[in-house]
Ligand binder design. Structure first.
Ligand SMILES: Nc1ncnc2c1ncn2[C@@H]1O[C@H](COP(=O)(O)OP(=O)(O)O)[C@@H](O)[C@H]1O
Ligand SMILES: O=C(O)C1=C[C@@H](OP(=O)(O)O)[C@@H](O)[C@H](O)C1
Ligand SMILES: [Mg+2]
Length: 189
């Protein structure tokens, strides 16, 4: 008996933002959601609400492995149950194959791409609230940045954000979507 996967109409698919920490997923996701009259979901905020703990405290009290389990389950639940949202993942989420699969199967995945040189300029803005960066030298941060690019390459569309303010990136995403939702077809193997 053939099982027919129920295809989600492309316009009902959640729009999921991925990319390294600090590239603007939370900021730009909020702006895109407003412009598209969609609800916005930030996975980190969802986790903090559900766990009644800040992300940095989950890391310090329960460790990164437990955070990744919670992150994977939260994303899996939301990306399968919800429709018509804008969802910003945390920067490490796409390293998990299950997260990549559930997002690429059910959602439109947009990769916010920021160069290492531009990212370094933002480091002071984010270092305090990103435990993954703590106790890492700049060289080690760059190694992590480079190591994660392969996972981010599995997306429906890439937005180069160097030298663009958040509003400009959000406008670009909305305009591209309006030009052709059908451009965002499922990732071909
Ligand atoms: N396009 C942009 N240009 C300059 N600063 C930005 C841009 N997008 C986000 N920021 C700033 O960078 C920091 C991290 O943004 P955030 O949305 O939290 O990123 P992420 O969710 O990807 O970690 C914030 O201080 C935010 O104001
Ligand atoms: O890159 C990472 O491993 C992380 C990124 C953070 O989200 P942002 O990308 O929104 O900063 C948050 O999920 C956690 O601190 C781990
Ligand atoms: Mg964020």
């Amino acid at each position: 008996m053939m099982s027919y996967m129920r295809q989600i109409p492309v316009r009902e698919k959640n729009i999921v933002l991925i990319g390294f920490m600090g590239v603007g997923k939370t900021t730009i996701g909020q702006l895109v959601a407003k412009k598209l009259y969609r609800d916005f979901i930030d996975i980190d905020v969802e986790i903090e609400k559900n766990e009644k703990m800040l992300i940095k405290d989950i890391f310090s009290k329960h460790g990164e492995k437990e955070f990744r389990r919670i992150e994977r389950e939260t994303i899996s639940d939301i990306c399968q149950a919800k429709r018509c949202k804008v969802v910003s993942l945390g920067g490490g989420a796409f390293q998990q194959e299950e997260v990549r699969n559930v997002c690429l199967e059910n959602c439109i995945v947009l990769f916010l791409d920021l160069s290492w040189d531009r990212w370094k300029e933002r480091l002071d803005l984010i270092i305090e609230s990103r435990p993954v960066l703590h106790n890492r030298t700049l060289e080690e941060m760059q190694e992590l940045f480079n190591a994660r690019q392969d996972a981010y390459s599995k997306h429906n569309s890439r937005v180069q954000t160097d030298n663009l303010v958040a509003e400009e990136v959000a406008d670009y995403i909305v305009e591209t979507l309006k030009l052709g939702w059908d451009l965002y077809q499922p990732q071909k193997d």
